[in-house]
Ligand binder design. Structure first.
Ligand SMILES: [Zn+2]
Length: 225
C-alpha cells in the first residue's frame, strides 16, 4: 500500500479506537490527542523504512541509517561501561573505541543480518512492533519526571504509533504481496485483494476517506445530540 492509503487507513482505525482512550483520560486531553494523532500518522508510515524508495525512508529516515544508529547506540553503551572511569586522559581512547567499535558492528550487522532487513521483512512483522516499543519505553522515566503535559503527549504518541503501525501491517496484508508476521518464518498473511498502487488501491483510498468522513460526522452528531 502507498503512504497516503496507509495514512488514510490508519486514521480510520484510530477514529474507531479514539473514544475508548479519551474517556479514560481525565487530564491533558489536548496534549494526549496531539501526541496520538502525530503518532498515528508517523506509525502508519514507519514500517516502510525498509523500502529503499518509500516516502518515509527518503524523507525521514532509512533502514540503513537506523541500523547505523543502532550500532552506534550499542557501541556507546559498551564504551561507557568499559570506560566508566573516563577522565580527560582516557576520553581519547573512549572515542577511538566508539569509532572502531561502530565500524566493526555496523559492518557485521549489515553483512550477516542483511537478509532480515529486506522489504516487508522484520520491520513488517510483530518483531518490528516489539523492538520499537522497547525503544519507546527507554526514555519513559525521564519523560515522567517532566511536567505532566509531556507525559500525556508521549503517552498519546506511543498509543498512536502502535495503532498506526498495526494498521500498516493490516493494510499490507490486504495486498497480493502480503506480510510475514513471524518473519523469517514463512507463514504469509495476504487477502490478495489488490496490488500496491493499483487502480483498486486508489479506489480504496477514496473509500477510506469517505469512511473517515462518515465516522467524523457520526461523532459530531452524537456529541451534538
Ligand atoms: Zn509496508
Amino acid at each position: 500500500m502507498t503512504s497516503k492509503t496507509h495514512q488514510s487507513f490508519g486514521l480510520m482505525i484510530a477514529q474507531v479506537f479514539y473514544p475508548n482512550f479519551i474517556n479514560a483520560i481525565p487530564h491533558n486531553q489536548i496534549y494526549w490527542t496531539s501526541g496520538f494523532v502525530l503518532g498515528v500518522i508517523w506509525g502508519a508510515l514507519i514500517p516502510d523504512i525498509d523500502a529503499p524508495h518509500s516516502e518515509f525512508s527518503e524523507r525521514f529516515i532509512s533502514q540503513n541509517f537506523l541500523i547505523s544508529l543502532l550500532s552506534l547506540f550499542i557501541t556507546l553503551l559498551f564504551g561507557i561501561k568499559l570506560f566508566s572511569f573516563v577522565n580527560k586522559n582516557n576520553f581519547f581512547y573512549f572515542l577511538i573505541f566508539t569509532l572502531i567499535g561502530f565500524n566493526i558492528l555496523n559492518f557485521f550487522i549489515k553483512v550477516f543480518f542483511k537478509k532480515y532487513f529486506i522489504h516487508r521483512g522484520i520491520v513488517h512483522s510483530i518483531w518490528g512492533i516489539i523492538i520499537l516499543n522497547i525503544f519507546l519505553l527507554i526514555p519513559q522515566n525521564t519523560i515522567y519526571s517532566l511536567p505532566s503535559l509531556f507525559a500525556s503527549l508521549y503517552n498519546g504518541a506511543i498509543w498512536g504509533i502502535n495503532i498506526g503501525y498495526t494498521s500498516h501491517l493490516l493494510g499490507d496484508s490486504l495486498t497480493f504481496a502480503g506480510i510475514r508476521p513471524f518473519f523469517p518464518f514463512n507463514l504469509k498473511i495476504s487477502l490478495n485483494l489488490f496490488k500496491t498502487n493499483s487502480f483498486t488501491e486508489k479506489v480504496l483510498f477514496h473509500f477510506f476517506n469517505i469512511m473517515n468522513f462518515i465516522l467524523l460526522m457520526r461523532t459530531i452528531s452524537n456529541t451534538g445530540g
